[in-house]
Design a protein around this ligand. Structure first.
Ligand code: NAP
Length: 336
């Protein structure tokens, strides 16, 4: 019997938070692979804050998802049929496969993944795009030196949790900012952060002073907004601020709130640099090998928050914006 695909296609440009009506959930035939193409059965889909931005119209670092197009998403899956010389049936692969059950794609867009090295969802977290973001954002842009203080927001999330752990591996003091006691306890008690600040219940400025007695040398910003503004008041001379994301602003309907304390950059001869992980694609192999080594040695830990069922996609995506996800948010579509 011919395979049928289920897909989420973008139906509207969202205003504020994403709604189910911003998508069409459709059934469609599965296209057989042509020359150099591979048919992949999708097992796990990566849910990322960036998806919200990809749904907007306008110029960005990547083209917007077009109305009627399958929603863009990273995913891991199993090869069902291959007409590409590099891939065989039964192998596991990752790539930008979309929010759907099956994808027929050019093999050059796929990367093989090995479930013996790490469980498949880890290829969407520490060994995937968020891990690469943490690795290159911290090491190439933040340039932390041993003994320096690294502060990261969104610290219990996919990117932030890896940033803090790499900071520790590199001999830095790691201070995380996250929402809620459970996430903060996880940072200090499980991941080895030196301190954690619960921005929902603490005075962030006061806690930063307490936990960063030598000031802040690197701030890895995942959230933007008020937290960025507060950290700016605590930076050291020559500090590096890595602008990785600004999740507090993604659903704003009244424009992005920029930092009013930016003159701290001038006073401290500091820098604030935007980074996009895709610019480092040629070096993913290098980072992946080092991160796999840290995972194996136990220096790096990952946590995935796995939700089952493709059809829950719009509501599950919202967990990123309410902070309900605890670890890398992954949608499980099928068993391997
Ligand atoms: P994540 O941290 O796993 O999940 C998002 C977290 O953001 C939530 O769990 C929540 O944690 C926090 N959050 C949500 N709304 C917030 C608000 N208003 N204020 C403060 N915190 C809020 O997500 P991720 O995949 O690791 O992504 C983290 C950031 O990195 C995002 O900004 C994303 O866009 C960015 N990113 C950038 C690149 C790049 O190439 N530049 C690549 C990947 C990701 P709490 O419970 O702690 O509030």
């Amino acid at each position: 019997m011919a395979l049928r695909n289920h897909q989420f296609r973008q139906a509207a440009r969202p205003v504020g938070a994403v709604k189910r009506s911003d998508f069409d959930y459709v059934e469609a035939p599965v296209r057989a692979p042509g020359d150099n193409e591979v048919l992949v059965k999708i097992l796990y889909i990566s849910l990322d804050p960036a998806m919200r931005g990809w749904m907007n119209e306008g110029k960005s670092y990547i083209a917007p998802v077009q109305l009627g197009e399958v929603m863009r998403a990273g995913a891991v899956g199993k090869v069902l049929e291959s007409k590409h010389p590099k891939f065989s049936t039964g192998e596991f692969v990752s790539g930008t496969l979309g929010v759907q059950e099956y994808a027929t794609v050019d093999g050059k867009l796929l990367t093989k993944v090995d479930p013996d090295v790490a469980p498949l969802p880890v290829y969407l977290s520490a060994l995937g795009m968020p891990g690469m973001t943490a690795y290159f954002g911290l090491l190439d842009v933040g340039k932390p030196q041993p003994g320096q203080t690294v502060v990261v927001s969104g610290a219990a999330g996919a990117v932030g949790s890896v940033v803090g752990q790499i900071a520790k591996i590199k001999g830095c003091r790691a201070v995380g900012i996250a929402g809620g006691k459970q996430k903060c306890d996880y940072l200090t008690q499980t991941l080895g952060f030196d301190a954690a600040i619960d921005y929902k219940s603490e005075d962030v400025k006061k806690s930063l002073r307490e936990h960063c007695p030598q000031g802040v040398d690197v701030y890895f910003d995942n959230v933007g907004g008020d937290i960025l503004d507060i950290v700016l008041t605590q930076i050291n001379r020559n500090a590096r601020i890595v602008i990785c994301g600004a999740i507090s602003q993604y659903n704003s309907t009244s424009g992005v709130k920029g930092p009013s304390n930016y003159l701290s950059l001038l006073v401290n001869r500091a820098s604030m640099t935007g980074m996009i992980v895709f610019d480092y694609a040629a070096r993913y192999g290098e980072a992946g090998r080092e991160m796999a080594g840290w995972l194996k040695s136990g220096q790096l830990q990952t946590r995935e928050d796995i939700v089952e069922g493709l059809e829950t996609f719009p509501e599950t995506l919202l967990k990123l914006f309410s902070g309900e996800n605890f670890g890398k948010l992954v949608l499980k579509v099928a068993d391997a």
